[in-house]
Design a protein around this ligand. Structure first.
Ligand SMILES: Cc1cc2nc3c(=O)[nH]c(=O)nc-3n(C[C@H](O)[C@H](O)[C@H](O)COP(=O)(O)OP(=O)(O)OC[C@H]3O[C@@H](n4cnc5c(N)ncnc54)[C@H](O)[C@@H]3O)c2cc1C
Length: 399
């Protein structure tokens, strides 16, 4: 037996003993709920996964990871597809902030933050977007001002997923307004329990409040909270956004996805398809093909990224395709299931995911922004003029 096969058997045995199998029914739609899911249950599950040596598969061993390779990562994706893995609340830490700290963090930061992030003891959020705009992150206005002891942060962030559960955040701030906007930014680790941090929930159409507005009033951070270097927050943000796009676009296929092929196939069998069987077959075949294409592309990006091959802007292709697939699958489900889509009590999770689909397409950067990136950096189309690129931030005109 190869080491990958041995790993696969161990992972499968653990999942069979510790996780629920994804059922054909869709009672709670837990896989769609993310931040709304049972938090103590998610923490228990993640701790057990960590203790079993199944968390942070490709992260270095010295920071709590397993030091395994892409084959084991892919084996995990394949075996876990049949199980409910309730760890969405840790996604930002594990998929975005952890990899950024591994690439840019100091040794002390890695030792301090990565193991409790992996074990689910500490939850993280990403504090990038602001009320003045999320697409143009480099125009951010939250400031960090140097003091005798470190820095003081003032300002506001918005759409911060999971801030209400978080112990720490990675925040982008303006530390030098006298230089062009991309050059005066610094990223910090901020303690979300600091008394100057106020988190207010934002409720969405599903009824849940997965994200928040977050206010910073004289929040002190020390010098060693800088992620990367002072004034180099923009390149650090690019690293994190690259990881975010891999995470959002290159996730494996999941039988638990309420808008995925397996669920829609079961639902059309249960409800009978008012749109007719030929249309149902065509729609399901296309859904299956699009899911497979996306998961193969995701596999390629994971393989290359772990092998140190620069994936460049191709994460934007996966992110765009994943966002569009959710929107399209949601329309397809409504078309094929008709009334049952609205009324069947067994399809609550599908409805929930459908209402959430537009948000999924916007999170991590809208389709327009991904298209701009693909056009300019992959297809070589002419670049946006960027009239504000070389102007000091404090001389820019807003509003
Ligand atoms: C579910 C969800 C979770 C999120 N979680 C987080 C989080 O945890 N942390 C965080 O920091 N942010 C988070 N966000 C915010 C998200 O990153 C932003 O909403 C997104 O980047 C868009 O920014 P905006 O909402 O400010 O829209 P704007 O930037 O104001 O854009 C408005 C519209 O203009 C278009 N547009 C803007 N600029 C251009 C351009 N140059 N070319 C063409 N079209 C353009 C956009 O595509 C969009 O349609 C989340 C958002 C959602 C929906």
């Amino acid at each position: 037996m190869t080491t990958t096969e041995a790993f696969r058997s161990r992972a499968l045995a653990w999942l069979e003993a510790n996780a629920e199998r994804v059922g054909a029914d869709d009672p709670a739609g837990d896989s769609a709920r993310g931040y709304d899911a049972d938090l103590p249950g998610s923490r228990r599950f993640q701790k057990a996964l960590f203790d079993a040596g199944l968390a942070g598969l490709t992260w270095p061993k010295e920071y709590g990871g397993q030091g395994l390779g892409v084959e084991e990562l892919l084996a995990w994706a394949e075996v876990s597809v049949d199980f409910v893995v309730p760890n969405a609340v840790f996604g930002i830490g594990h998929g975005m902030i952890g990899p950024t700290l591994i690439e840019l963090g100091t040794e002390e930061q890695k030792q301090r933050y990565l193991p409790p992030m992996l074990s689910g003891e500490e939850i993280w959020c990403q504090l990038f977007s602001e009320p003045s705009g999320g697409s143009d992150i480099a125009s951010l206005r939250t400031t960090a001002t140097r003091t005798e002891h470190g820095w003081v942060i003032n300002g506001q962030k918005v759409w911060t997923s999971g801030a209400h559960h978080s112990d720490f955040g990675a925040i982008l701030t303006r530390t030098d307004p006298t230089v062009p906007k991309h050059e005066g930014i610094t990223m910090f680790v901020v303690d979300m329990r600091h008394p100057g941090v106020t988190v207010r929930p934002l409720r969405i159409a599903t009824g849940a409040a997965p994200f928040n507005e977050v206010f910073f009033d004289d929040v002190e951070v020390s010098e060693d909270a800088v992620i990367g270097q002072v004034g180099k927050g923009w390149p650090a943000a690019v690293v994190m956004l690259r990881n975010e796009r891999i995470m959002l676009g290159a996730g494996g296929r999941s039988r638990g996805n309420p808008l995925g092929f397996d669920r829609l196939l079961a639902a059309t069998r249960g409800a009978g398809s008012p749109a007719g069987s030929a249309r149902t077959s065509d729609g399901l075949a296309e859904l299956h093909a699009r899911e497979l294409a996306l998961s193969q592309f995701g596999r390629l990006l994971h393989e290359e990224s772990l092998a140190g091959v620069p994936i460049g802007s191709r994460g934007s292709v996966g992110k765009l395709a994943a966002g569009e697939l959710m929107l399209w699958a949601s329309d397809l489900a409504a078309e094929l299931l008709g009334e049952a889509f609205l009324l069947d009590s067994g399809l609550a999770g599908m409805r929930y995911a459908s209402v959430y689909a537009p948000g999924h397409a916007v999170a991590g950067g809208t389709g327009e922004i991904q298209r701009n990136i693909i056009g300019e950096r992959i297809l070589g189309l002419p670049k946006d003029g960027g009239v504000d690129k070389n102007v000091p931030f404090n001389q820019l005109r807003f509003g």
